[in-house]
Design a protein around this ligand. Sequence first.
Ligand SMILES: [Zn+2]
Length: 388
Amino acid sequence: MDGQHLSNQPRIDAAEILDGITEWVEIETPSTDGAAVDGLSRLIERQFAEAGAEVTRVPGRDGFGDHLLFRAPWGNPSEKGILVVCHMDTVWQHGTLGRRPVTREGDKVFGPGIYDMKGGAYLAYYAYRHLVRLGRRTRLPVHFLFVSDEEVGSGTSRQLIEAQAAHAKYALVMEPGRNHKGLMNCVVTARKAVGRFVVTAHGVSAHAGVNHDLGRNAMRELARQILVLEDLTDYARGITVNVGVVSAGNPGFANVVPDKASAEVDFRCPDATSAEEIAAKVHALQPIGPDIRLEIVGGVNRPAYERDDGVAALYDQAAAIARDMGFELPEVSTGGGSDGNFTAAMGVPTLDGLGVCGAGAHASNEHLLYSSLEPRTQLLMRLMESLA
Ligand SMILES: [Zn+2]
């Protein structure tokens, strides 16, 4: 044992962290199966409760799982504090774990949801428990929020996230650290606004051979609208409009003029102004062909997370801690949304991407880097302690 570790103080132990993460990953939690997510949330509730946290369980609805809120047992509850944001759900359906069990190859540890974001969620728990073990506390009150539906847009948790953010001075989001254009292990300081639309064209059906001229082909109309929609993309301004799903016609019945066709559209914009502009343009779409009616449903579902002065100051504080620990903490902005969009849009300085490092979110090569477990836990702990 070297001189630094002669004390009996418990240390942040990467092997112990990985064991804990593995236990969470081995409970499969597809967003769409609320009962499955509740299976994990019961374990997390027990772990936080054993470490002295005050627990609030918010019942899920619409088939989604419960959400959990934990409060560290110190600080003045009426003072604005730190909100640590995590999600328990993953994009992986039941059975994925059977095909791809948790496996370590050198520094990489593979597993469904291990990187996005059970690894980071577990670091939040571990950092809290480590503070408790050391008998230390943060200067500000701290709450930990674990939601069940982030991967499908946080429809049932958004209100809860925003209600908690209203009482927060800072938000720390445990989504994974990112690699971007040669920069490794970045945190996230900006995210685009994300929106969804369903555009449906209604026409008139007809027999394709007998009276084609009486038909009004909804698919033909939609094809023309798709080009209008996709042309709203403006890479120079950071705006993308993507038609990702189209449905129309009955397979096998090419002899029918289809009377209905719809497209699912995803759009991303760097700020609130451009998001409103794109939403207004989509809502203003006009039929191109005769006797066509357009139905347009949707809008912005995650507001933009912009890098304002509060975000920059919070990032600088985290980067200084990282430098003190001996590593750089580059920052990146991304088009992918997270629950950090909600907290940041409320004006709460938000730092995201504080979770584990690795790669392959939503992909079959999803993995975390074992070497990131100790430093990322230390970083979070010291950041929470330093915020005032
Ligand atoms: Zn995530």
